[in-house]
Design a protein around this ligand. Structure first.
Ligand SMILES: C[S@@+](CC[C@H](N)C(=O)[O-])C[C@H]1O[C@@H](n2cnc3c(N)ncnc32)[C@H](O)[C@@H]1O
Length: 267
């Protein structure tokens, strides 16, 4: 077993992390906020950058895509609108409700279903692409999760992970300063926590999250995990310039990716 793995997901420290994460993500107001972010990014001209990067990595042929930790269906919607056959899964029902509402409102076709990223409710080899954005950091057992993603991919299938931490943390100093200012301005406007969580949930989550093994993980650490799970041809695609990292402003800025970590399941 490596430092990223454990078989214990219901008790002990891992169980504590898991229940803190579950409370954090099952908060209805937080899900609403993620829906607003998703709308913000997709209406913003960064959308073209998202489409370009997805097409460059995945190609134009229609694929069976699983978006793990889909939240309000942001990434699922982009893939669906590019013609892919998409399933979004998440362990938060409020998030999935947001995703379904967005699909209906924006007219894209994707199936949204409940599922734990670390114990997926799908058959072996049932997807061509497993994708996600900014969720691996919130998993208590990322090693178990990545092996699950490997399992549900068909041989030759791709894992495509969008992350928002650069390899060199000094590169994101400006971004982090803008993010803090934005969070402070939200607190002033709302008169409460910027992420809408109630005080208890927020305190528990803030105490727990620094113990998460991939909190602030750089792309090289994610790539090593992909290698350990058996993925081949793993690589890190730096997309900061494609997304015009330094020009993007507004609440969605912090969701703009710095990198994509990609791998392939051997044939
Ligand atoms: C930071 S949000 C990102 C949402 C979405 N990927 C996006 O980019 O807008 C993390 C998401 O992962 C989900 N999540 C966290 N842990 C999970 C798990 N173990 N299984 C399934 N979903 C999980 C949360 O409910 C939340 O929707």
């Amino acid at each position: 077993m490596t430092e990223h793995e454990t078989t214990e997901t219901t008790g002990g420290p891992q169980g504590r992390l898991k229940s803190a994460a579950s409370a954090r993500w099952n908060d209805a107001r937080s899900a609403e906020m993620w829906g607003q972010y998703a709308d913000g990014v997709t209406q913003h001209d960064g959308r073209r950058a998202w489409e370009r990067v997805i097409r460059d990595i995945v190609g134009d042929d229609s694929r069976r895509v699983l978006d793990v930790g889909t939240g309000a269906g942001f990434l699922a919607g982009l893939y669906a609108q590019l013609g892919h056959d998409v399933v979004g899964c998440d362990f938060s029902e409020p998030m999935l409700e947001q995703a379904r509402e967005r699909a209906e409102r924006d007219g894209f076709d994707a199936r949204f279903t409940t599922g734990d990223a670390e114990a997926l409710p799908f058959d072996d080899a049932s997807f061509d692409v497993v994708t996600n954005r900014v969720m691996i950091w919130s998993l208590p057992n990322p090693g178990i999760a990545v092996r699950e993603w490997y399992r549900v991919l068909r041989p030759g299938g791709q894992v495509v992970l969008f992350g928002n931490h650069p390899e060199d943390p000094t590169r994101s100093l400006t971004e982090r300063a803008v993010r803090r200012l934005y969070a402070a301005s939200l607190r002033v406007r709302r008169g409460k926590s910027a992420n809408s969580l109630d005080d208890d949930t927020q305190r528990t989550w803030y105490e727990a999250k620094t113990d998460l093994p991939f909190h602030h993980a750089p792309p090289s650490k994610i790539r090593s995990l992909f290698d350990a799970a058996g993925f081949v041809d793993t690589r890190i695609v730096d997309v900061a310039e494609t997304f015009d990292q330094w020009r993007t402003l507004g609440p969605w800025r912090e969701r703009v990716p710095w990198h994509v970590v990609v791998g392939r399941k051997p044939e």
